[in-house]
Ligand binder design. Structure first.
Ligand code: ADP
Ligand code: MG
Length: 251
């Protein structure tokens, strides 16, 4: 099944087409990657899908529902989570607190429940804690749960960002350079974490610079160049595409 359908998507900033006429199907249970040189429009594409930017052309639908003009909050509540190119953890909070913040979007209790510690609020707090711990464990960082985000290594921060996104119980996870800044020797393990997501019911749309990682991970790769689609195909097709070699891999 096609989870995310992007059709003729465009975003102009002043005179610049950051994304132009991009179409892409993200299939359920797959890892789809977006690659391209710096400034190719990868992060802009993510911001469009997630509702941070309004497209200037085209349409996006998720599970058949039009989300072209959906707000980020509604997008997350609808089942799309993301991590940011620059990890945005709360530095002065523990990893557990950070991941708990990801649960807010699933919250059904209100201020009244919170202030008066209603049974609903207590029940929800317990579930949130369980889900947050589950996400930390899945991402292999549960042992750091009481450490402040600013005190753990970059790789642990990156894994926690994934845990935070998973805590929202997404069906689609957008990862913007999830392994950025991680030492080369850690990327295999990190790749394995991403690879295990589809079995958990989480499909992945991924931007990543580490080529070897992408080629071993992605089912389908979209190559962007100057905001436009240069190529789309399997890792083998992309690696042997002359346009891609010329514009990107060869440079
Ligand atoms: P990538 O993530 O592939 O490196 P981006 O999507 O960040 O590329 O940027 C694509 C182009 O759009 C770049 O030329 C960038 O300068 C421009 N751009 C991105 N965001 C904005 C913005 N908010 N305002 C103006 N220009 C932007
Ligand atoms: Mg980017």
């Amino acid at each position: 099944m096609t989870l995310l359908e992007i059709r003729g998507l465009g975003k102009r900033f002043g005179g610049l087409d950051a994304v132009k006429d991009v179409s892409l199907d993200v299939e359920e249970g797959q890892i789809t990657a977006v690659i391209g040189p710096n400034g190719a429009g990868k992060s802009t594409l993510f911001n469009l899908v997630h509702g941070f930017y309004r497209p200037t052309a085209g349409a996006i639908s998720f599970k058949g529902e039009d989300i072209t003009h959906s707000s980020p909050h509604r997008t997350v509540a609808g089942g799309i989570a993301r991590t940011f190119q620059t990890t945005n953890l709360f530095d002065d909070s523990t990893l557990l607190e950070n991941v708990l913040a990801g649960r807010i979007v699933r919250s059904k209790s209100n201020v009244f429940d919170a202030v008066f510690h209603t049974p609903r609020h207590r029940r929800e707090s317990r579930i949130n804690e369980d889900k947050a711990m589950e996400a930390l464990e899945f991402c292999g960082v549960a042992e750091y749960r009481h450490d402040l985000a600013s005190n753990v290594p970059q790789e642990v921060q990156k894994r926690t960002a994934v845990a935070m996104a998973l805590a929202t119980e997404p069906e689609l996870l957008l990862l913007d350079e999830p392994a950025g800044g991680i030492p080369e020797e850690e990327t295999v393990d990190f790749g394995n974490l991403i690879r295990s997501l589809p079995q958990q019911g989480v499909s992945v749309l991924l931007v990543e610079h580490k080529m070897t990682m992408i080629m071993g991970l992605a089912d389908t790769i979209l190559v962007l160049d100057h905001g436009q689609k240069l190529a789309l195909g399997s890792p083998a097709e992309i690696q042997s595409n002359p346009d891609v070699i010329r514009a990107y891999l060869g440079s």
